[in-house]
Write a protein that binds this ligand. Structure first.
Ligand SMILES: NC(=O)c1ccc[n+]([C@@H]2O[C@H](COP(=O)([O-])OP(=O)(O)OC[C@H]3O[C@@H](n4cnc5c(N)ncnc54)[C@H](OP(=O)(O)O)[C@@H]3O)[C@@H](O)[C@H]2O)c1
Length: 275
């Protein structure tokens, strides 16, 4: 495969800038530019590591010059990117943005009819494996005797809560136990008196400082407990995973893809991608 040309949506943000730094040190990938809320060129764009930054109005033109578009923006940013419609057809779209609603998921399904669309609320191989362990534990532990609480921590600027990863892990719990997360989800317990109902999945979000991302899944029995934990120690972890996904997607058939498709084929590669 030749050089993969990448456009970064959300290029001025924490994740966007991490991808820019990673691409700069990696062979076989190059940046064609970035997308952000405000356009920029010249010195201002170069300060962000790209030659040009376009806004939603300029996205279609930039996308047309890319093989893959990596989006770490916001739900509104992704919504605007999807307006590039025809230009996205046939190109790989890799989405890391979290907090997606049903409307956005439906738009991604439409985009996936015309090109490969890879969506992951967390690009870490470790978190993906954690999800599989959680499903296995949930399958083995009787919900009448074992309560599940998910506690996550992130930096003070994170927009959504609970995190997309916490929700994915919640889905991993119900994948093992059966049921529907929407009916079992309990966000926080302030003001909740009385006995904890069996089968609920509790979510608790901590926000502060510069925490990159921590997820703790507590399986609480009456005389013992199991805790499964993942701690991200470097934001480049997610950017590296997104780059691996972008390379993997280019040239693939249209459709929806995710970490399940990637892990096992290139599992080690994300960890090995240089910062
Ligand atoms: N999947 C994963 O592994 C993973 C890991 C970490 C984070 N995330 C998610 O990635 C997303 C970005 O995180 P971050 O920490 O990088 O956020 P951030 O620092 O706030 O950056 C957001 C970026 O998106 C752009 N943006 C926001 N709204 C936009 C809009 N309406 N139109 C165009 N561009 C828009 C911003 O542009 P301006 O600077 O012009 O405003 C900025 O470049 C979040 O949803 C986060 O939860 C996912």
């Amino acid at each position: 495969m030749g050089t993969v040309r990448i456009a970064v949506s959300g290029v001025t943000g924490r994740m966007g800038q991490t991808i820019v730094r990673l691409v700069a040190g990696e062979a076989g990938v190059e940046l064609v530019g970035g997308i952000a809320e405000r356009p920029a060129s010249g010195e201002e764009a170069r300060r962000h590591g790209v030659e040009c930054i376009v806004d939603a109005a300029g996205a279609a033109q930039l996308v047309a010059a890319a093989d893959a578009i990596i989006d770490f923006s916001s739900p509104a940013g992704l919504d605007a990117l999807l307006d590039a419609g025809d230009a996205l057809a046939g190109r790989a779209l890799v989405v890391g943005t979290t907090g997606l609603d049903d409307g956005l998921r439906a738009r991604l399904d439409v985009a996936a009819e015309r090109g490969p669309v890879f969506v992951a609320s967390n690009f870490s191989i470790g978190v993906h494996v954690l999800g599989r362990l959680v499903t296995q534990a949930a399958r083995l532990l009787d919900p009448e005797s074992w309560d599940v609480e998910i506690v996550e921590a992130h930096h003070r600027d994170k927009a959504d809560s609970p995190s997309g990863t916490a929700l994915t892990l919640g889905h991993a719990v119900v994948a093992g136990r059966g049921g529907d997360l929407a009916g079992l989800r309990r966000d926080g317990r302030s003001g909740q008196g009385g006995v904890r109902p069996h089968g609920e999945v509790g979510f608790h979000a901590i926000r502060g400082g510069g925490v990159i991302g921590e997820h703790h899944i507590h399986f609480l029995g009456s005389r013992e407990r199991i805790e499964l934990t993942h701690v991200a120690t470097d934001r480049a972890l997610f950017a590296a995973g997104a780059l691996v996904a972008a390379r993997w997607c280019v040239g693939r058939r249209p459709g929806r893809y995710g970490m399940d498709d990637l892990v096992g084929t290139v599992a080690g590669a994300a960890a090995e991608t240089r910062d």
